[in-house]
Design a protein around this ligand. Sequence first.
Ligand code: HEM
Length: 407
Amino acid sequence: MAPSYDPFDPAFRADPYPVYAALRAEQPVAHHPAGPGRPEFWALTRFADVWDAVRAPETFSSASGLTFFPDEIGSLGLPPTLVMLDPPVQTRLRGLIGRAFTPRRIAELEQKIRGFAKERIAELTARAADGETPDLHQVLSAPIPVFVLADLLGVPERDRASFTPWVSALTEIQNDGFAVDLNDGESTGLHAVTEMMGYFSDAIAHRRTCEHDDLIGALVAAELDGQRLTDWDILGFCFVMVAGGSDTTASLISHAITLLTEAPAQREVLLAEPERIGTSVLEFLRLESSVQALARTTTREVSVAGVTIPARAKVMMVYGSANRDPEEFGPDAHLLDVRRSPDRHLAFSSGPHFCIGSHAARLQATVALQELLAAHPRITADADAGVRHDSYFVRAWKSLPCGDLSA
Ligand code: HEM
């Protein structure tokens, strides 16, 4: 009997990989009866099963939310976001958003990201020179996506002091599965998210009155087949960008350094062949997938690998396991290989919900690693002293002290 997939168990979260391996081998479609505080659910852990399921939204729907619990965003009083709609409504919305959120808009940010990364690395270096053990995650990885999101969303310099705590608050609420009490007037997290949504509502209203050259301005102006985005559509997209694009990207940067710390020979390959940094980012993400698992809800009874799953069941797509499946990636699937070019993996999902921000995430991580390895080629991270977010669906750092910066 395979061990249980129990993302509520801190021991499982600390190292889920042995459990994933056992589940893939023995119980690839695992059923979990309802328990205290958690509903009944199924978990898919093999690459092929997750791949097929996420590409079949007519059977595995996103419209009832992505956590174990139904309608988590709606319960916050927020608009339905792209990620929680099914085709064809999602396809139309994504097409319109794609008119404004273009790869070109992202590529244009490269020099700004590079400049900002250099500043943060200088700060790391200065702190180390002062005898401190700098926190790689806090000083470098986490600020980069916050900077990029603020820039993309047109948040001016004077408002950025508010923006950073808003992003942190939303990350915390999200990592708790949106389990907030809406009647809790004291909830600082809820207060921060409400403030942020108010800020973006005002920004949308302002851009409706005059043209603006930022992403919100472009979303307001976007048109496809005579259709336009509503304020709710744009607000939902701002929300999902901040919710999905922050600690995921930051943790990719930090995980790259924990993985290189564990595999010194792979670091030497990257230092000798720095042109591989761009594709190695996908390999880091394959091995340590920031999004470990998200749910779908079945619209009908369905059989997966011989197991019958009933209609209206919550089914976890365990991306973190699928990405280490030896059936897909070979017998060394659990090992870092920076020369691997994993063009088909599930860290950004696949099918209609394939991460629309993947190019933004890849660019940020590539630039950050290029600059960091140029400045400190043998930087290490002390994963044992690090602190992770307490979450069942993201594998993300809160804090990660540097090991050695000096070499
Ligand atoms: C390493 C960083 C990132 C990872 C691992 C990641 C992962 C994912 C995954 C797995 C999904 C699919 C969700 C599902 O299965 O239902 C997704 C969707 C999405 N992501 Fe990302 N993401 C990252 C960065 C970003 C960034 C930087 C942005 C925006 C700036 C972003 C915006 C979105 C949006 C809007 C969707 C919804 C797409 C849709 O439903 O059509 N993500 N992401």
